[in-house]
Design a protein around this ligand. Structure first.
Ligand SMILES: Nc1nc2c(c(=O)[nH]1)N[C@H]1C(S)=C(S)[C@@H](COP(=O)(O)O)O[C@H]1N2
Ligand SMILES: [Mo]
Length: 316
């Protein structure tokens, strides 16, 4: 058992039984420790982008929720960010993430590769707020007000060549900053990918803020992806590179355990993870389970993307 827990690809199993952990954390939050955790949310990171005057951004009313927004005291203290550890409490470790300055590279099959500072990118494209659901493959979920811009706007800026079929997302690689990256058995850096058509879907969102302010580190500052119709692991954090490529990227989770974490990873309550059901989800900050919806409730916007791909393993 001990060895199993040391292996990255076994860790999701123990994370997939978060009830005990979650309940004990709630007990903690009721006490003095909760105050300490809550006050840590302010963080130093908010300062730089707050100066840019970009937050809070106007809300795009097209993206509404069927449930309340998850309070930050729950979503901000229950994160997956393996670069900073495999527990859900990565907030203290993520303080080590240095996000200013931060540039992102756009390369691969594009008209002309470039590198741009996140602040410049924000100024160029502009920001909006959207209320999105988020469904982790471990069967917990939240609803959050992300601030960012449609990924399609970045695609337009990149001007992909005709041979580009996929978009690959890469997280930073810095062992000195991120203790989790010293764990050699993980295939760092964290890589994710979408088809170009998925990237161009209006729901695919590049996120630079949450709760009306720049992203606190543990959410994947200063820029991450949100792909709300797919399991949460597709939404890669702290991105340094977006590459336009001809072949399907080999993702971090496929590298660890391809039998359990596929490329498409669309949310589907009818297709169980090999080790647990996906039929329902626990909503962070509540003791309730709610039914999980196909494409996490976004089928109207995205189901069309998968016409003709029925033979693929679309659902984890
Ligand atoms: N770089 C990186 N991105 C990542 C992860 C990670 O460990 N590293 N975890 C993923 C998973 S499994 C989930 S559920 C979401 C969690 O996002 P949140 O902490 O904002 O809730 O981030 C995703 N993006
Ligand atoms: Mo996840």
């Amino acid at each position: 058992m001990y060895i199993k827990r040391q292996r990255g690809w076994e860790i999701p199993e123990h994370l997939a039984t978060p009830e005990a952990v979650f309940l004990s954390r709630r007990t903690l939050l009721g006490g003095a420790a909760g105050l300490a955790v809550a006050s840590a949310f302010g963080g130093g990171r908010a300062v730089a982008a707050a100066e840019s005057g970009a937050y809070p951004a106007p809300q795009n009313g097209a993206y509404t929720l069927d449930r309340p927004v998850t309070p930050e005291r729950y979503s901000g203290d229950y994160n997956n960010f393996y670069e900073f550890g495999t527990s859900k409490t990565v907030l203290p470790a993520a303080n080590a993430l240095k996000t200013d300055p931060w540039t992102i590279k756009i390369d691969g099959l594009v008209e002309k590769p470039f590198e741009i500072g996140v602040e410049d990118l924000i100024r160029k494209i502009g920001l909006e707020e959207r209320l999105y659901r988020h469904r982790c493959v471990e069967a917990w979920s939240m609803a959050v007000p992300w601030t960012g811009f449609p990924l399609s706007k970045l695609v337009a800026l990149a001007k992909p060549a005709s041979g580009a079929k996929y978009v690959q997302f890469q997280t930073f690689l810095d062992k000195a900053m991120a203790p989790g990256q010293r764990q050699f058995f993980y295939p760092w850096p964290y890589i994710e990918g979408l088809t170009l058509a998925e990237a161009d879907n209006d729901l695919a969102f590049m996120v630079t803020g949450v709760y009306g302010k720049p992203l606190p580190n543990q959410f994947g500052a200063p820029i991450r992806l949100a792909v709300p119709w797919k399991y949460g692991f597709k939404s890669a954090k702290s991105l340094v590179k977006v590459s336009f490529v001809a072949e399907r990227p080999k993702t971090f989770w496929e590298g660890l355990q391809s039998a359990e974490y596929g490329f498409w990873a669309n949310v589907n309550p009818a297709v169980s993870h090999p080790r647990w059901s996906q039929a329902s989800e626990r909503v962070l900050g509540t003791d309730q389970r709610v039914p999980t919806l196909i494409y996490n409730g976004y089928g109207e916007q995205v189901a069309g993307l998968y016409k003709g791909l029925e033979k693929e393993r679309l659902f984890v």
